[in-house]
Design a protein. Structure first.
Length: 98
């Protein structure tokens, strides 16, 4: 078997698997919608705060509760020393300041 034939066989198999995954996702969407609505009701009734995405620094744990200078609490010109700070953007309210 030539290398190109093997490549196209693998490529067609992967495309078929991707198609099957997309079909499965579309069929199971309605079942998951009920679960999402139940979880949303539970979050509302328990009055939970934002999702904790990172565990390193307090300004990356709850992005909606960070203020302008928490990343520079040690020194005004200090560099970001937590990797999670480079994965997120500041909230819209901070980015639109004059």
């Amino acid at each position: 078997m030539r290398n190109s034939s093997l490549f196209f066989l693998c490529l067609s198999t992967e495309v078929l698997l991707l198609g099957l995954l997309l079909v499965h996702a579309s069929f199971s969407e309605s079942a998951r919608q009920e679960t999402v609505e139940e979880k949303a009701a539970m979050v509302k009734s328990l009055k939970l705060t934002d999702l904790c995405l990172f565990t390193e620094a307090r300004y990356t744990r709850h992005l909606s509760q960070a203020d302008l200078n928490t990343a520079f609490q040690d020194h005004p010109l200090s560099l970001e020393h937590f990797p999670s700070g480079s994965f997120t953007q500041p909230p819209e309210s901070i980015r639109k300041l004059p």
